[in-house]
Design a protein around this ligand. Structure first.
Ligand code: PRP
Length: 283
């Protein structure tokens, strides 16, 4: 059987995040300097290091069976692919931006403007819905300086923290879409079972990263109230305590909500509330 081929970003933050995620999921590989290939230990998987923007089309064309890339790049490629899962990183939005002091207040007012972007396909689709006449300036990068260079009156670019916009005196006029890092797969992977195995392993890590386990004791007569605060991933686990008036509860809680949930549990009457990190899971 042919080895499953997975394409990972060759450089940048996404490359580091993908390597770390694969390592945690037991899909470790050793990358030799300047090499474009690596083998995953103990599993028939070959990793290829590619430009993040090429991963969607190379996956659709069958050069790789799965890949890690941005959903923005998947949308821009227009390729027929399966998005298996979000990887919980790289969240950003694609936005139409104009100078802070621009008179333009609505997308329709972009009529007659030049719009610079490295997302010409998604941008054209968006502009067709809002503007009658517009000139697209397709570029491969440094889009944020194009207004200052006099090449465009507006840009369409990714916004994460907003610091690039602020540094270039630009503001968001409209949001086109929200994107994040995803695991993609083509329609006919070389080894479908191995592809499923990879996806399940990564899913275990991605879910574990965004949840904690909360354990607490609660008087039985307050249990239903507490369960409303911690409904768990499927449902909470309730066990008996020696004191029949009390029980112990375990439930998964989104990490971002843990502090608030602990406070709510205290108010309901819970005690011995513990947050336990989860390193991996199968649900
Ligand atoms: C992206 C994007 C913006 C910037 C937005 O560039 O093109 O320039 O990030 O992030 P911010 O809102 O946090 O400032 P990236 O750093 O990925 O490099 P690129 O210019 O090569 O696309």
């Amino acid at each position: 059987m042919n080895k499953l081929r997975i394409g990972l970003p060759s450089k940048g933050r996404l490359a580091e995040q993908a390597e770390e995620l694969f390592k945690q999921a037991g899909l470790s590989f050793r990358r030799q300097p300047r090499s474009l290939f690596a083998l995953v230990g103990e599993l028939p998987i070959e990793v290829t290091f590619l430009r993040t923007e090429d991963i969607p089309v190379l996956c659709a064309e069958g050069a790789i069976d799965m890949g890690v890339t941005g959903s923005d790049l998947v949308a821009e490629s227009g390729s027929d692919l399966v998005t298996r899962m979000s990887l919980g990183v790289g969240k950003c939005r694609l936005a139409v931006c104009v100078p802070e002091d621009s008179h333009i207040r609505a997308p329709a007012e972009l009529s007659g403007c030049r719009v610079a972007t490295s997302f010409p396909r998604v941008t054209a689709q968006y502009l067709r819905r809002h503007v009658s006449q517009v000139h697209l300036v397709p570029l491969s990068g440094s889009v944020e300086i194009m207004v200052a260079l006099g090449v465009a009156e507006a840009i369409v670019d990714l916004v994460e923290t907003g610091s690039t916009l602020a540094a270039n005196q630009l503001r968001v006029l409209d949001e086109i879409g929200r994107y994040e890092t995803v695991l993609i797969q083509n329609r006919q992977p070389r080894d479908p079972e191995m592809a499923d195995r990879v996806a399940r392993r990564l899913e275990g890590i991605v879910i574990a990263r965004s949840y904690s386990l909360l354990e607490y004791n609660i008087p039985r007569n307050k249990l239903s109230e507490a369960e409303r605060v911690t409904p768990g991933f499927n449902s909470p686990t309730v066990s008996a305590l020696e004191d029949p008036a009390w029980c112990a509860v375990r439930a998964m809680v989104r990490r971002s909500e843990v502090m608030q949930v602990m406070e709510q549990l205290e108010e309901v009457g819970a005690s011995a509330i513990l947050e336990i990190p989860i390193s991996n899971c199968r649900l």
